[in-house]
Structure formats: C-alpha cells, structure tokens
Design a binder for this molecule. Structure first.
Ligand code: LLP
Length: 432
C-alpha cells in the first residue's frame, strides 16, 4: 500500500497535488511519501516484535543503497531504523541522518583498508566479512587501531534468487559471500584472532524475491551452520538475514506478506536464541516513491507506433534499461477518451532509453504530467548526469507539507565541479 492517491481527478502525494510540485520544482523529480515509509517500517517492526521469542531484539537495518537521500534516512532513523551500508559514504550518510553507529551494519564485497578503518573508528555495530582476504585485512586494520570489531561472516549458500539474473547475489558463481565450508573455517580462524570478535553469520541471496522458499532454504543453511559452529565451541549470537523480499510493481497480490516472511524466519530460527537482523531496501522504499515527469511530445509514426517522449530518461531511472524492470506509468490527470498504446521513451540518445513498449494509456498530450510508480528504491540513487542532464531532484512529502530534499543542480553548479585544467584557462593560449 502507498500514499500516492487520486483526489478530485488528480494524483497526489499524500495531501500534496503532484501538479503543484511539478510547477514548483520542475520535472523530472522523485517524490517520496513519509506516510508510506512509516507504514512499511511499522509493518515490519510490528511483525518482528511479535516474534521476539525467536528473533530476539532484532535490528531492522535499511539498505541505504536503495535510497540514500538524507531526509529519507532521517525519516527512517527517527522511527528507530538502522542502516545496512556498503561504503564509507553510506556509513557517513547514515550517521549524518541520525542513525546511531550501533545500528549500522557494514557489508560489501570490496571494502578498502581506509573504509574498514573508518568503520572501526566509527564503532559500527558489525562488519560483515565477505572473504578470507578481507578478514586478513580487517585483522591488520583492527590490530593497528587496538580495536576488536564485531564481525559476521557473509555466507554464500549457493541459493541465488531474485527478480532478474542481474540482481541475484547468493548463487554459486556470484561474487558475494563465502561458500559454506570455507565460511565455517573462516569463522574458526576469526575466533582465534584477538583482533576481531565473530558474533554471527549473514546472508543476502538476491533482490525482488517473490517466493519464500529460497529465503527459507538460505535461513536453514544459517541455522545448520550456527548449530555446527556452536558444537565446535564458537559463540554465534546474531544472524543477519539480509533483504530481498519482493514488492508489487504490478498490481499482483500473490507476493508473500511481510507477516508471512517474518513468521517463516521466526519458524526457522526458533529455539536458536539469536538476535536477528533484517536488511530491507526495496521493501521499505520502492512504493514510497514515484518519479514525476512531463511529456515533451508524442511522436506518431505512419505505421501506427506512438512514442510518448518524456523529460525523464534512463539517466534518471535506470531500472528498465538495466534489468528490463517494470514500472507502472500513471497520468497525473488522466484525460477522457479511448485508451491507446504508447511506447514510453526518454530523450537520451541511446536505444536502451526506453521504459516500456505497448502500454495502454488514456490519450496523452505534450506537457501532461505522468508518474512512474514504485520508483522509491534504486531510482534516484542510480541516476546520473548522462547527456549533461542536471541530476534529478528529490522531494519529500509529509501530509500537506513538502520539501526539496535534493536540489536539481544549476548548470553553473555542474560546471563548478569540473575545474578547468590550468593550461586550458582562458588567456593561457589554448583558445580556439
Ligand atoms: N543487503 C545486502 C547485502 C544487499 O546487497 C542488498 C541489495 C540488500 C540488503 C537490500 O536488498 P532489497 O531488500 O532491496 O532487495 N539495483 C537493483 C537491486 C540491487 C540490490 C543489491 N543488493 C534493482 O534496482 O533491482
């Protein structure tokens, strides 16, 4: 459920008309709903709290990669949400947004020594170690700092899942995590080191997962490993279950509910006496955001093909170009008349700058406003300035108030980030 609703024939973000936002901020612009973020977090929090027996005092750590906007992070931080991070920049963002360090998990397949140093100094809750080589480097970093960071070993359970081959992370050939038997040995090695404190295991097998079976199989692997490690005398007190639960991009309703997902985790972990962590990204943010765009023009072809040319391009919303992802397109103020088929395209000079083919929409005209739904996760974070298009703006709505939470840069601001090489300054003889 989300809070982008039609009121008096026009789409609103909570109580704010999207037409007003388009006037004030321009397009393309991402618009986020505080109420939706709050609702999604609350549903997950309630489900997790209802299963406290099996999941302990579980941490919900929002995967910052899904939506790194400081105001979005601050909204979640105020609700008590933690952060799953994969870079120094994401740790810094989470801290800046008010997430306490002890609710920050540091994951990622390639953390530099500088990033590990930063994370240890910041006192993050846990560093998820993803390889033997990384453990060696972390031990050296920690020894140098005289610290003993708490770590989890990220397991690759050989179970890949997800909405697209390009967003699978837990499969055998994927670069993420340590295969089960190697992870067992790595855990023992970490336990023997005076410079790190292994506290548990982690896994994340993919994204936009639409059935519980692969997740359950992965959680069972973590359980079995926990029992084996404990039998070998190692302490295992935390299990990080990753993210990955799918969200309804289409109007399909056959997805597992949050309650069913958490109940499954609780069943699998029952009796283990561990503290669980969840790392949802998409689940919290996807349907809490839309991308607002304006029709530049409709290009009609003699053969009947009709291109709806939007002012949002693949540089603003990469998911269709990267993963053939589906985003529903909803006119902000639908016109009367027979629906027709449109191909939805952006203005970028690339043939992958096509959002969808053959979408049935009410008649559209130049300057009509449209929204891509479900764009709050992996939307703005993946945007670029390709074709020298200013980075897309972001707005956060809360009831009837709204704020620009990432301003669209002016061209001067864009150029200012590119200081000219001194030999190319005007007057240096380089003018043509
Ligand atoms: N934890 C880890 C370690 C992750 O790598 C990810 C996502 C998550 C949690 C959050 O997963 P989620 O709950 O959002 O599925 N750009 C792609 C998705 C990439 C996901 C990468 N890892 C897309 O737009 O579909």
């Amino acid at each position: 459920m989300h809070h982008f609703v039609e009121i008096d024939g026009a789409l609103h973000a909570e109580d704010v008309p999207l037409t007003a936002l388009a006037e004030a901020v321009g397009t393309p612009t991402y618009v986020y709903s505080t109420a939706t973020l709050t609702r999604h977090y609350g549903l997950l929090r309630d489900a997790v709290d209802a299963n406290r027996d099996a999941l302990g005092d579980a941490l919900i750590a929002f995967a910052v990669k899904a939506n790194a906007n400081l105001s979005v992070l601050a909204t979640l931080a105020r609700l008590g949400c933690g952060a799953d991070t994969v870079s120094e920049g994401e740790i810094r963002r989470a801290l800046a947004a008010g997430v306490p360090a002890d609710r920050i998990i540091f994951s990622g397949v390639g953390k530099t020594d500088a990033e590990l140093t930063f994370a240890v100094n910041a006192g993050v809750r846990q560093i998820n170690v993803e390889s033997s080589a990384e453990l060696d480097r972390l031990v050296a970093v920690a020894a140098g700092l005289g610290a003993t960071p708490e770590i989890a070993v990220r397991v690759n359970p050989k179970i890949g899942a997800g909405g697209h081959a390009r967003i699978t992370t837990g499969g055998e050939g994927d670069k993420f995590g340590v295969p089960v038997e190697e992870a067992m040995a790595l855990y023992a090695r970490a336990s023997a080191s005076p410079h790190v404190t292994p506290v548990g295991l982690a896994c994340h097998i993919g994204s936009q997962i639409t059935t519980l079976e692969p997740l359950e199989a992965a959680f069972r692997t973590l359980r079995q490993m926990t029992e084996r490690l404990r039998a070998e005398g190692h302490a295992v007190t935390r299990l990080d279950l990753g993210g990955g639960l799918g969200v309804p991009y289409h109007s399909r309703t056959d997805l597992p509910s949050i309650e069913a997902y958490v109940a499954m985790a609780s069943r699998v972990l029952d009796g283990l006496k561990v503290e669980a962590a969840f790392e949802p990204g998409r689940l919290l943010a996807a349907n809490a955001g839309v991308l607002l765009s304006r029709v530049i023009q409709v290009n009609e072809r003699g053969d009947g093909r009709r291109f709806l040319v939007l002012d949002a391009g693949m540089n603003d919303l990469m998911r269709p170009a990267l993963y053939d992802a589906f985003h529903d397109l909803v006119p902000v103020r639908p016109r009367e008349g027979e629906p027709r088929l449109y191909d939805l395209v952006g203005p970028i000079c690339e043939s992958t700058d096509i959002f969808a083919r053959d979408r049935m929409l009410p008649p559209m005209q130049a300057s009509d406003l449209v929204t891509f739904m479900g764009a709050g996760a992996y939307g703005a974070v993946l945007a670029s300035e390709y074709n020298s298009r200013p980075l897309v703006a972001e707005v956060l709505v809360d009831g009837d108030r709204w704020a620009v939470v990432r301003a669209r840069p002016t061209y001067d601001e864009m150029w200012a980030r590119e200081p000219r090489a001194d030999w190319l300054h005007p007057g240096s003889g380089a003018e043509i």
